[in-house]
Write a protein of this length. Sequence first.
Length: 191
Amino acid sequence: MAIYYPAEVTAASGPVPDPVDALLSAWRSELPDALRPTTELSKRIVQLAGALDAATREVLPGLGLTVAEFDILVALRRSGEPYCMKPNELVRALLLSSGGISNVVNHLAGRGLVLREPSPDDGRSTMIRLTPDGVRTAERAVCANADAHEAVFAEASPVAVHAAARALREVGVHRRPVPRPLRTGRNRSRS
């Protein structure tokens, strides 16, 4: 089996080593056959995802939102006017259980950020719609989150950020889809 050695790590004049380089170096010593071309990519994606998640979680309390509330508000806002969706559309968009969505929507409704309305297409179902205050809150949250994410990459050049986004898009387009687990009554999350 071929052993993967990232050129940047092994080159004498490469960039300053970071925690991912240290991890790769340790595995290179301990179990080199486990390293693949995707190892560095996946570790760097996980590291960046953690930094972005931490940045989001840092700004949300100042807006009085939890992550789940933020996710629902921004999903409704990005849906376009009239900023409403059926609960099952939110479940699909956010990969949460219907019970989890319902609990968060109840909390948001109690704060006057969303309304539950009868569906115009089906009197048996409901629609979740942002109130004007919900629209304003969602927009403030999206902008605060974008600012927090931009701060994560503040030291990187815009050219590097753009190149990384393009490269990740290319890799993402060619990834194998991971099937979602089937949800049954016994293994539904209770978030």
